[in-house]
Design a protein around this ligand. Structure first.
Ligand SMILES: [Cu+2]
Length: 256
């Protein structure tokens, strides 16, 4: 009883300290901020909806567990009645999870199709910037096509590189790797896409908030995997243009 009371006292404190690290926006977004990129716009509803659905299922499950604990305690030594083949219950616990999975699947497929949409290179009517993200053991190479084929910034574990993106303009990323499989992950942008040697994955999105956002490799890729860090810096289109210009003359070395 004593231990129970202490646990009851502790849990609000733990909850409060956990919440203390979050902003109101992050709380509403279950850890993510709304509107940071066009991907957030697509994924946020799915992310929130999936958590709410999980919470509803969790609460119902908890009630179903607590109900017999409270109201159906052992009343006598008589062996309880044994039942088999409750068809209606079995149908319910097959059909209801199927409906839940089908609904989650449909929303996921819709969001994924939207996120995977990439403007064809041949479509010149839409302004899209091109950046290639090449992963290497153990850092990143960013190539800005508009600044020329040689405009590549290569990071090292000691000097993580910075990826520049213009605010409010579409960027088409080509994602690949030189050696093993890596994972291009920017948590705040709600994106992760695999860098696979010999494969060119693509993703296109628009950054909608100025600032610097941490990025990581999230596929275990070898000894210094944990040091495959980078930053994404979202700047104004004018600043982006001058960054591209700065890459043109010498176009080499790690840009911190
Ligand atoms: Cu890696």
């Amino acid at each position: 009883m004593h231990r129970l009371r202490r646990a009851a006292l502790l849990s609000p404190l733990v909850l409060l300290s956990l919440l203390g690290g979050c902003s109101v926006d992050e709380l509403r977004g279950f850890g993510f901020e709304e509107g940071v990129t066009s991907v957030n716009d697509t994924s946020m509803g799915l992310w929130q909806g999936a958590w709410l659905a999980a919470a509803v299922v969790g609460v119902i499950t908890l009630i179903l567990i607590l109900w017999p604990i409270v109201f159906h305690r052992k009343k006598s030594d008589e062996f309880p009645k044994q039942t088999q083949y409750n068809v209606s219950v079995e149908v319910a616990y097959t059909v209801i999870p199927f409906i839940i999975v089908a609904v989650l699947f449909a929303y996921t497929a819709r969001a994924q199709n939207e996120i995977k949409e990439v403007t064809p290179v041949t479509n010149q009517s839409v302004k899209v910037h091109d950046i290639t993200v090449n992963a290497i053991q153990w850092s990143w190479q960013f190539t800005y096509k508009e600044a020329g084929p040689e405009a590549t910034v290569t990071g090292t574990p000691a000097q993580p590189p910075t990826l520049y993106m213009p605010l409010g303009e579409k960027v088409r990323f080509k994602i690949t790797a030189s050696d093993v499989v890596h994972g291009f992950w920017v948590p705040a942008f709600m994106i992760q896409i695999q860098n696979i040697p010999g494969v060119e994955n693509q993703i296109e999105f628009t950054a909608q908030k100025l600032g610097t956002f941490p990025g990581r490799c999230n596929i275990l890729c070898g000894r210094q995997h944990s040091q495959m860090l980078f930053d994404v810096k979202v700047v104004t289109p004018a600043e982006y243009q001058s960054y591209l210009d700065s890459l043109k003359p010498e176009a080499e070395g790690a840009e911190a």
